[in-house]
Structures are given as structure tokens and as C-alpha cells.
Design a protein around this ligand. Structure first.
Ligand code: HEC
Ligand code: HEC
Ligand code: HEC
Ligand code: HEC
Ligand code: HEC
Length: 372
């Protein structure tokens, strides 16, 4: 009888889809596999992402001994995800391949469609283990899997199952700004997976493949810099700096991020540093910031919206020969949060990450207009 009970508990786990591991793609897709090692999608577990681990330990799911984050952070850990459905308490296992695989190759490539849902969207995973969706024309047959396509891959937004929104128990949207599905038609792939040199497989030679390092704030941010432009306008007794967001989403999607504009003027070897301006989206309750899980509202939102041009004013009279140095970038998390999580001693998590820099040399009497 005892054995039967054990069997009933385990059975649902084995009914779930089996996912091929990232390693099984390596021999035929070496270039993509190598790029992927640097992508956040392969660093999304608590074992590889210290910020994620610390935030999880603060969350209600940790107190209930559950890893609800796994739905998006380690979606091929079937055992762990099944345990959530059956209200069991299984904690992430550092030896599980699905944990180190993160947002695995086979997971993304089996997303058949995406269902809209109030709390978070749901990825519908194809039951066919060895048919992968993609966007290649005339994909070559191979002994390991078949290839096909679907609308999400064709539109370049198979991403919004996980990247769209995530509401807490009070209905506050924690993770992004896609409140009205305005990103549904955005082609994420065009900016985050641009075409780079090298064949996508070693069985058929093509010139280019989609970049699988997934350019973001953590890595390869330089690939994104052309989607933001910086302009200057000179007034009589002041000047203006405009940040022009050419992307469809807000600059800094994650509530932890702090975007910063740094401006300095060099005149005759003297440097004037202006106070940095920060752009943030702070969650909280009754005007005070809280953990994302306790937040009832957005208490402050100065982040630059999709396709917005934001102008900042500097009370400083520019003259011929002045050099204005402008930097736009990010901190992964605020100083306060970093301290609270005990991560303030890890340099790479606290440094300023440069998205774009521009240097303007002021000409005589030039009042450069803002380009509209
Ligand atoms: C609906 C899918 C989803 C769920 C569920 C989810 N996350 Fe995330 N998480 C994401 C996405 C997508 C990103 C990347 C967002 C970005 O960078 O804008 C992310 C990023 C993060 C980051 C930033 C990591 C870094 O190093 O910069 C933290 C921290 C985090 N999540 C914590 C959690 C915790 C804790 C849980 C569970 C209690 C959780 N998430 C559940 C989708 C999810
Ligand atoms: C035996 C070699 C082999 C293995 C192993 C392999 N692939 Fe492929 N795959 C190919 C070849 C060949 C193509 C076609 C490439 C082309 O036409 O340029 C391909 C194409 C693809 C495509 C594009 C499909 C399309 O229609 O756009 C995807 C996605 C893909 N593979 C994913 C994977 C994933 C994920 C894994 C590991 C779980 C994997 N492959 C393992 C050989 C392999
Ligand atoms: C299964 C859920 C899932 C899907 C599908 C998904 N992502 Fe992610 N993505 C995540 C998670 C979780 C993270 C955060 C990992 C971490 O840092 O801990 C992330 C991180 C990122 C980052 C890094 C952000 C940063 O701060 O550096 C980028 C860029 C990104 N995703 C783009 C995409 C794109 C483009 C697609 C679609 C082609 C996509 N993602 C599909 C879950 C997903
Ligand atoms: C976050 C989702 C995601 C993950 C994870 C992911 N891919 Fe992809 N992959 C895509 C998308 C989207 C495309 C289509 C790109 C396009 O339309 O240009 C793609 C395209 C491909 C292609 C076709 C080649 C091309 O240039 O279009 C192959 C092969 C492939 N992926 C293999 C892999 C392998 C192997 C891994 C793991 C090492 C992996 N993918 C991980 C989303 C993903
Ligand atoms: C026109 C180009 C463009 C398109 C299209 C685009 N992005 Fe971005 N994305 C950017 C730029 C630029 C940044 C860097 C600045 C920032 O973080 O906002 C960025 C940053 C991100 C980040 C990191 C944010 C953070 O706070 O960690 C994620 C995640 C992301 N994009 C996901 C997506 C998804 C999902 C889509 C499709 C729905 C998408 N992007 C479409 C340009 C684009």
C-alpha cells in the first residue's frame, strides 16, 4: 500500500513533457551553444544568479518551501514544476541538469503558442519532443529532430510568455510594463537576437545566425545602444539633454533596475560634474517601497516609456570649446537593495553599466536644435 501511494505521487511527474538538455544540441549547433553560455537564460537559476537567489529567499514562496519562480526561471525542471501543482515541497537541486540549463534551448523551441492570462501569460508547450519551432527558410533535415515554424517565431515575439507581465496577489504588475499587451506586436528578436556571422549548424552552411547571447543589461549591452539616441540643445543660460528611446518598451523593465544619466562639462581642463539623474519604477504601499510581493501600487515611476523622448535641463551657460560628456546606463539594483540583500561587496553586481555615451564639442554661437 505504501508503495502504491508513492507511485500515485510520482505518476503525474512522469506525465509531463520531457525536454532535451542543452548539451544535446552542442554537437550540431556549436556556435549557438557557445553564445548561449553567456546569455542570462543560461544563468537564470538560484545557483547561477545570486540576485535571483536572494530575492527568492525574501519571497513568500521560499517561506512555503516552494520555488514558484521555476515556471519562468528553470522551466524544464519538470519534477520541480509538478511538485507545485501537487502542493509538494521540493527545493531546487543543484545537481539537476534542468537547473543549470536555465531557460533551456528545447523549452523555447517547443513553445507552440502563448495564452494570455491575468497573473502571467502561459506558454503552451508542444507535446512532440523532437519537433522544434524556428524561423529558418528550408531548414535541413537531420537525424535528431524535425523543424517547423509558428506565428510567434515568425513575428519574433515568442518571448512574451515570460516577459509580458507578472502580477502579485494585489494585482500589481511586478515585472514589466506590458499592461495592455502593447508589446504583442513588437519584434523582440530584431533587437535582442540580431543576425551575426557564422552558420547556425555545422551540417548546413549559412552565413548568419540569430545571436543567442540575448543582448541585455547584464551582457552585450553594446548591441542595444543604437536603439537609444542622445541629443543636446543649447539655450541662453542653460542646456538640455534629451534621451530618445527608440525601443517599444520602457527603458528598464525590471523594477530592480536604476537607470542613470551622467552629465559633465569640461572647460579649460576643469570638470563640472552635474548631479546624476535617476529613472526608476518603485513598487510599494502607501508611498513606501516594499518587496514586490507586498506592493499594492507603483509609488514612483520616472522610467522612460517606449518611444518616449525625455528632456533634462541643466542650469549652466555653455560657451565655445566646452566639451559636454553624456553617459546613459544602469545599475542592476539600487545601493539600498544591494545592501539589504548582502550583495554590496560583489563588484560586478554594483558597477555602472554603460548603454550609450556621447561627447559634444560646443562651437561658437551654435544653438544646435533638438532633432524631432
Ligand atoms: C512570469 C515569469 C516569471 C516568474 C514566475 C518569475 N520571474 Fe523573475 N524574471 C522573469 C524575467 C522575464 C526576467 C528578466 C526581466 C528583465 O530583465 O527585465 C526576470 C528577472 C528576475 C530577476 C533579475 C535577475 C538579475 O540578475 O538581474 C530577479 C531578481 C527575479 N527575476 C526574481 C524572481 C523571483 C524571486 C521569482 C519567484 C518568486 C521570479 N523572479 C519569478 C520572469 C519571471
Ligand atoms: C544531429 C544534429 C543536430 C542536433 C543534435 C540538433 N540539431 Fe537542430 N538542426 C540541425 C540542422 C542540420 C538544422 C538545419 C540547419 C539549417 O537548415 O541551416 C537544425 C535546425 C534547428 C532549428 C531551426 C528550425 C527552423 O525551422 O527554423 C532549431 C530551432 C533547432 N535546430 C534546435 C535544436 C535544439 C534546441 C537542439 C537540442 C535540443 C538541436 N537543434 C539539436 C541539426 C541538429
Ligand atoms: C521561459 C521564460 C522565458 C522566455 C520564453 C524568454 N525569456 Fe528572456 N529571460 C527569462 C528570465 C527568467 C530571465 C532572467 C534571468 C536572470 O537574470 O536570472 C530572462 C532574461 C532575459 C534578458 C536579459 C535581461 C538583462 O537584464 O540582461 C533578455 C535580453 C531576454 N531575456 C530576452 C528574451 C527574448 C528576446 C526572448 C524571446 C526570443 C526571451 N527572452 C524569452 C525568461 C524567459
Ligand atoms: C529564449 C528563447 C530561446 C532559447 C533559450 C534558445 N533559442 Fe534558438 N532561437 C530562438 C528564436 C526566437 C529563434 C529565431 C530567430 C529569428 O527569427 O531570427 C531561434 C533560432 C534558432 C535556430 C535557427 C537559426 C537561426 O539563425 O534562426 C537554431 C538552430 C537555434 N535557435 C538553436 C538553439 C539552441 C541550440 C539553443 C540553446 C543553446 C537555443 N536555440 C536557445 C529562441 C531561443
Ligand atoms: C527597437 C529595439 C528593441 C525592441 C524591438 C525590443 N527591445 Fe528590449 N531592449 C532594447 C534596449 C535598447 C534595451 C536596453 C535598455 C533597457 O534596459 O531598457 C532593452 C532591454 C531589454 C531587457 C532588459 C531590461 C532590464 O531591465 O533588465 C529585456 C528583458 C528586454 N529588453 C526584452 C524585450 C522583449 C521581450 C521585447 C519584445 C516584446 C523587446 N525587448 C523588444 C531594445 C529593444
Amino acid at each position: 500500500m505504501k508503495d502504491m501511494k508513492y507511485l500515485i505521487i510520482l505518476l503525474p511527474i512522469f506525465l509531463f513533457a520531457k525536454f532535451a538538455t542543452n548539451d544535446s544540441c552542442k554537437s550540431c549547433h556549436p556556435a549557438i551553444y557557445d553564445e548561449f553560455q553567456n546569455a542570462r537564460h543560461s544563468h537564470s537559476s538560484i545557483f547561477k544568479d545570486p540576485i535571483h537567489k536572494k530575492m527568492w529567499e525574501l519571497s513568500p514562496s521560499y517561506k512555503q518551501k516552494k520555488y514558484t519562480c521555476g515556471k519562468c526561471h528553470t522551466p524544464t525542471d519538470e519534477k520541480l514544476l509538478a511538485s507545485l501543482d501537487y502542493n509538494q515541497t521540493i527545493m531546487p537541486d543543484s545537481n539537476a541538469t534542468a537547473q543549470s540549463d536555465g531557460v533551456a534551448c528545447s523549452y523555447c523551441h517547443r513553445i507552440k503558442s502563448i495564452e494570455n492570462n491575468e497573473t502571467m501569460n502561459i506558454n503552451i508547450i508542444s507535446k512532440k519532443e523532437h519537433i522544434y519551432y524556428g524561423n529558418l527558410k528550408d531548414a535541413l533535415d537531420n537525424p535528431f529532430h524535425k523543424s517547423t515554424t509558428n506565428k510567434r517565431f515568425q513575428n519574433g515575439n515568442v518571448c512574451i510568455g515570460c516577459h509580458s507581465h507578472y502580477r502579485n496577489k494585489y494585482g500589481t504588475n511586478i515585472c514589466s510594463t506590458n499592461q495592455h499587451n502593447e508589446l504583442d506586436s513588437a519584434n523582440c528578436v530584431s533587437c535582442h537576437m540580431p543576425k551575426v556571422d557564422g552558420s547556425p549548424s555545422n551540417l548546413k552552411k549559412r552565413k548568419k545566425h540569430a545571436f543567442h547571447g540575448f543582448a541585455g543589461i547584464h551582457n552585450d549591452i553594446g548591441m542595444l545602444s543604437r536603439h537609444v539616441s542622445i541629443e543636446i540643445l543649447r539655450g541662453i543660460d542653460r542646456f538640455f539633454i534629451a534621451i530618445n528611446n527608440l525601443s517599444p518598451h520602457a527603458l528598464s523593465l525590471h523594477p530592480m533596475r536604476v537607470m542613470e544619466l551622467q552629465v559633465s562639462v569640461v572647460r579649460d581642463k576643469n570638470i563640472t560634474n552635474f548631479k546624476p539623474k535617476q529613472f526608476v519604477r518603485v513598487l510599494g504601499t502607501k508611498g513606501h517601497s516594499t518587496t514586490p510581493w507586498e506592493a499594492k501600487e507603483v509609488i514612483k515611476n520616472t522610467s522612460i516609456k517606449g518611444n518616449e523622448k525625455r528632456v533634462s535641463t541643466y542650469m549652466f551657460k555653455l560657451k565655445k570649446g566646452d566639451i559636454v560628456n553624456v553617459k546613459v546606463g544602469y545599475y542592476l539594483l539600487s545601493k539600498k537593495l544591494s545592501k539589504k540583500l548582502g550583495l554590496d561587496n560583489i563588484d560586478k553586481l554594483n558597477r555602472f553599466i554603460l548603454l550609450k555615451q556621447k561627447v559634444f564639442i560646443i562651437k561658437p554661437n551654435s544653438f544646435e536644435p533638438l532633432q524631432q
